[in-house]
Design a protein around this ligand. Structure first.
Ligand SMILES: [Zn+2]
Length: 260
């Protein structure tokens, strides 16, 4: 532990507060810059001292200072999760110019998870710039499947194309078999972004891990909530979880697999 650990966590909390704004406004096609955050109930602008990540929520006991309307615990949870993810990235990949890119990546996965969960869409405004940033930063991005090497441009482009392409294939076959859109175009672009940031191995592991997580949750929902198979469950959150598993455990899983 150094002074850098709490600094990274605080940065993650503050950015996490901004992510809450993005999650609410991007799918509603509102500006993420103006106006400042306001209470959704009484519309009163939130004072800076009432907008301190996590702490303000606890201090105000989860209610608006003005109208006492309940504030969703989702907001501090997302802030705390983002703080934890930044810290985990910092601990695993050390200091360097790759950190801002990786911070952006894990935050993007968090935002995509929540927006897809709420609206069943994955905004192009995140995934298209994500593909470009991933490819452009591939020279400095650490390869999650090989310690102390970078992803590299070739691997990044192969990842981008295979992520976008293989899912295109699955989407076509899925829609042909189920006569319904099995997977949206947003999922394809998300996989393109995952491949651009982490290379082609991450495309395989993310797909595998996401499918397993999705199946477990899907079966669970059917069993406990009586949801039938036609109930649409967004796939994006599971892909985002699969991508984070690839980032943090890619090398461990690959070497475990190769030991057989
Ligand atoms: Zn209020």
């Amino acid at each position: 532990m150094t002074i850098l650990d709490p600094s990274v966590i605080i940065l993650g909390l503050v950015i996490g507060s901004f992510l809450n704004v993005c999650i609410y406004r991007i799918p509603r096609e509102k500006s993420i810059v103006t106006p400042p955050s306001a209470c959704p109930c009484c519309s009163l602008a939130i004072k800076p001292w009432d907008n301190i990540p996590v702490i303000s929520y606890l201090w105000l006991r989860g209610r608006c200072r003005n109208c006492s309307e309940k504030i969703s615990p989702r907001y501090p949870i997302i802030e705390a999760l983002n703080g934890f993810l930044y810290w985990a990235v910092f601990r695993q990949f050390d200091m360097g110019w790759h950190l801002p890119a990786l911070f952006a990546f894990v935050s993007a996965m968090l935002v995509i998870t929540l927006i897809d969960f709420d609206f069943q869409i994955i905004p192009d405004a995140i995934t298209l710039p994500g593909m470009i940033v991933g490819a452009a930063a591939s020279f400095i991005l650490p390869d999650p499947f090989a310690n102390h090497t970078t992803v590299g441009f070739t691997n990044s482009i192969i990842g981008l194309v295979s992520g976008y392409g293989s899912f295109l294939l699955i989407a076509v076959i899925g829609s042909w078999m189920a006569k319904a859109e099995a997977m949206g175009g947003g999922d394809l672009k998300l996989m393109g972004m995952v491949g651009a940031f982490m290379g082609w191995k991450a495309v395989l592991l993310t797909t595998l891990a996401g499918s397993i997580a999705g199946s477990i949750i899907g079966i669970g929902l059917m069993a406990f909530k009586g949801k039938d198979r036609k109930t649409a469950i967004p796939f994006g959150p599971f892909l985002a979880i699969g991508a984070l598993i690839s980032l943090f455990f890619g090398e461990a899983i690959a070497s475990w697999y190769l030991s057989f």
